[in-house]
Design a protein around this ligand. Structure first.
Ligand code: ZN
Length: 410
């Protein structure tokens, strides 16, 4: 069991470092169309909160969900271009400063790039023109966007854009400079987003292919697969993993949840963190976006109670995206009661694989839902502590906490 200390720490973190989100940096150059409505309220939380953001690469420059919620309610124009408000019920995306009535938070998704909004099936709002830099661009952009909305299946070449009275040069310069995508990429993403929406509402794939201007079903299927990583028939499986940072007495955790349940809870400073997230994304065929949903809210509440000593069991739904062996080990771990521990060999016996303690130990280290799937409750046969992905000191803290709070329940 000497190898335990290495579980989950063999990754070279720099190898898996992801690029910064491209749209966030540059899109900030878009200046607001409408003057901010609530500057006074906005200024206070703006700078300081953003500086405190987590230093993980993908979280850099991204405001926290609570900050986005505040910016949305305050119609804070300083966040225009930083994130977009996508409204599920209407299928529209807006600037934070949009003057339209604010949607209910449960119907909102915050996204950080125009492309993500389009692929989510959202179209730009006609009131706040989230793609527009000024009144002049708003006018011709609206005509261009309407063109795509009316006939998404058309081919828009420079020649026919000129015929329709647009300047292909201006379009090219505007889209690449301000939106970091070409107009053609905009058109493709919007078309795919529309297709996804149609499929989800129950339309047949071949009808959708025709509507979106594809000459063949196979051509549509290929494009769809390139963008979403799966076939049109599997469109319901395309999901988002909403991620949120949760503070705890033993350091910040990053939690993730799909519409089905919690799939990630990991210490933000864990060296294998990036690898864990990458595995999860490919297993669930989902993109990670900062945000929140009911499962994350429940998890946060339950963790607060757990750390205060008043909760001994988690009831939040989980998405355990593992292979057969991993699923067996992780489910067995969930049966180890609060305040108790189990050895690796005992755990191997419990899942009907006596002698497989090494594999069990490795799988234990691969657990992506720390604390809730209590891999910290596994110890050496002699009862001493050994490695833990988040560090042995955290394992000790959790076991001590559970001992203390179990004593309160007796
Ligand atoms: Zn709007």
């Amino acid at each position: 069991m000497k190898r335990d200390a290495r579980y989950g720490s063999g990754m070279n973190a720099t190898k898996t470092k992801r690029a910064r989100p491209n749209i966030v940096k540059g899109a900030g150059r878009l200046t607001p169309l409408n003057p901010p409505l609530a500057r006074g309220e906005a200024d206070g939380a703006n700078g300081s909160n953003r500086r405190k953001a987590s230093d993980r690469p993908e979280a850099a420059n991204r405001p926290k969900p609570s900050e986005m919620e505040r910016a949305m309610n305050a119609r804070d124009a300083s966040y225009d271009g930083i994130f977009y408000i996508c409204v599920r019920t209407t299928g529209i995306f807006c600037r934070p400063s949009c003057s339209a009535r604010k949607p209910k938070l449960k119907n909102v998704v915050f996204l950080h790039s125009v492309r993500d909004c389009l692929l989510g099936g959202f179209r730009p709002c006609k009131r706040c023109h989230p793609l527009a830099l000024d009144k002049e661009s708003a006018t011709w952009l609206e005509q261009l966007i309407n063109l795509v909305e009316r006939s998404p299946g058309e081919r828009y070449t420079d020649a026919n854009l000129s015929e329709l009275g647009f300047s292909p040069f201006r379009i090219r310069r505007y889209f690449t400079r301000n939106l970091h995508m070409t107009f053609q990429a905009y058109h493709r993403a919007r078309r795919m987003g529309m297709a996804l929406r149609q499929l989800r509402s129950g339309d047949e794939a071949d009808a959708v292919a025709v509507d979106q201007g594809y000459e063949s079903l196979s051509g549509f299927r290929d494009s769809f697969k390139r963008v979403f990583g799966t076939t049109p028939g599997d469109c319901d499986s395309i999901d988002c993993i909403y991620t949120k940072k949760i503070d705890s007495p033993i350091g910040p955790l990053v939690a993730g949840a799909t519409t089905e349940g919690v799939c990630l809870l990991e210490f933000a400073d864990r060296r294998a963190f990036q690898k864990q997230v990458a595995t999860l994304r490919s297993r669930l065929k989902a993109a990670c976006v900062p945000g929140r949903n009911a499962h994350l809210d429940q998890l946060e509440r339950e963790l607060r109670e757990y750390f205060s000593g008043s909760r001994t069991e988690f009831t939040v739904p989980l998405v355990i995206a593992g292979n057969d062996f991993q699923t067996r080990v992780w489910n067995e771990l969930r049966r180890v009661p609060h305040g108790k521990t189990m050895s690796y060999s005992e755990l191997a016996r419990q899942i009907g694989a006596p002698g497989a303690q090494r594999a069990v130990g490795r799988t234990n280290g691969e657990n992506r839902i720390a604390i809730v799937i209590p891999c910290h409750r596994v110890v050496r046969s002699d009862g001493t502590l050994c490695g833990y992905g988040g560090g042995v000191w955290r394992k000790k803290f959790l076991l001590d906490l559970e001992q203390k709070s179990s004593a309160l329940f007796i």
